[in-house]
Design a protein around this ligand. Structure first.
Ligand SMILES: [Zn+2]
Length: 374
């Protein structure tokens, strides 16, 4: 009797299963496609193995490779990636022995379980229930307001968290989980929320209100998706062609509408936006903005302070991805906007793979960097 595979929990994703023998599972990583079946990505997997009986086992993941911005890419999973495993779905540890075979497009994970059951995931999972736990813990804070600013393709609420004095002179906007697999952005957001509600942030809360969308694509997070919304739209593209007032745009890309609408209302009310950040994960750290913002004092200031913390990547300047939040918000609305990629591979400033706890701490550093600059 060999082991069994389960994915019947939020974020669970694996398959189809190609073969399952006594101690070896071979299965594809679920593949996400965009609306034109043109771009595709296979990054996220999260499953439980039962019946391991403490015996060594091996998982071979197949179907790797992506098409990113119209070009074939090995991305999604590469040798720099390593999975995390857990005995209880709460405490996760990083493996280091998984191997990537580029020619065969397989990723082999050797497992040495001590018990009968093991959870395996691409990164430490963070699902809606984790955000709900955070909300229940902090909801009594007098300077936190949580509202629903839209609904996803499948009707799930998308939340806008406001922290600080609503009448403050300016605002800072941060959004996470546009791409469902990028769980470290959620840990960063949790660290940011905790810091913003701390006594250390008392002063900045008076002069800047923080507008946070912690979970832009709740459907993708439940489904265990990699990148696209449930109708195939990449939620960090199409910002230049999405009007929240347009019924067809609301139907196809409600997540982008939910992220744009409160921002447009804020600006229509004559309010200031000091910066807008969209958080992502990829293998390495970097920040990206349009060239016109290369010397912008707020973006430069935040970037430099993050580098003084443990951020290890460049500030990349580019205009070409016109549909991304950071490019579209600048060109359409003149907002100083940037993307921040949080690296998931071994990083020089960590000397190792950053953990979820590292990303919670980075969220506090992000709060301090914004507070020192806006
Ligand atoms: Zn992303």
């Amino acid at each position: 009797m060999g082991f069994r595979v389960a994915t019947d929990f939020d974020g669970g994703a694996l398959g189809p299963i190609e073969s399952l023998t006594e101690n070896r599972l071979r299965a594809a990583i679920p593949r996400d496609w965009d609306q034109d079946r043109f771009n595709t990505q296979a990054t996220w997997y999260y499953f439980r193995l039962d019946g391991l009986a403490g015996r060594p086992a091996e998982v071979v993941l197949t179907g790797l490779g992506s098409v990113y911005n119209g070009r074939p890419s090995p991305g999604g999973i590469i040798q720099d990636d390593q999975p995390v495993v857990s005995d209880d779905q709460r405490t996760w540890r990083k493996l280091t022995a998984a191997t990537f075979d580029e020619a065969a497009r397989t990723y082999t994970i050797p497992l040495e379980p001590t018990g009968d059951r093991l959870w395996v995931a691409a990164l430490e999972p963070y699902v809606a229930a984790d955000l709900e736990s955070l909300r229940l813990e902090v909801q009594g804070h007098p300077e936190l307001r949580v509202e629903t600013c839209g609904r996803s393709v499948e009707g799930r609420p998308i939340e806008l968290w406001s922290i600080g004095a609503e009448e403050a002179a300016t605002s800072a906007w941060v959004i996470a989980r546009q791409h469902a697999w990028e769980t470290h952005t959620s840990f960063c957001m949790e660290g940011l929320v905790r810091w913003l509600l701390s006594d250390e942030a008392r002063e900045v809360r008076r002069r800047c209100v923080f507008k946070l969308l912690p979970l832009v694509d709740p459907d993708g997070v439940v489904a265990g998706a990699s990148r696209f919304n449930r109708l195939g739209y990449d939620t960090n593209r199409h910002w230049d062609e999405t009007e929240p007032g347009n019924p067809e745009h609301r139907r196809l890309r409600p997540e982008i509408c939910a992220a744009k609408e409160p921002l447009l209302a804020w600006l229509a009310g004559g309010r200031q936006v000091a910066l807008h950040l969209n958080l992502h994960d990829t293998q390495v750290d970097y920040m990206a903005a349009v060239p016109a913002l290369s010397a912008h004092p707020v973006l430069r200031g935040v970037y430099q302070r993050l580098c003084e913390a443990r951020f290890s990547g460049p500030l990349r300047l580019g205009d070409s991805l016109s549909g991304t939040a950071q490019v579209a918000l600048y060109h359409e609305l003149g907002i100083p906007a940037a993307l921040i990629e949080l690296g998931t591979a071994r990083l020089p400033t960590y000397g190792d793979f950053p953990t979820a706890a590292d990303r919670v701490r980075f969220g506090a550093d992000l709060g301090r960097a914004i507070a020192a600059t806006v």
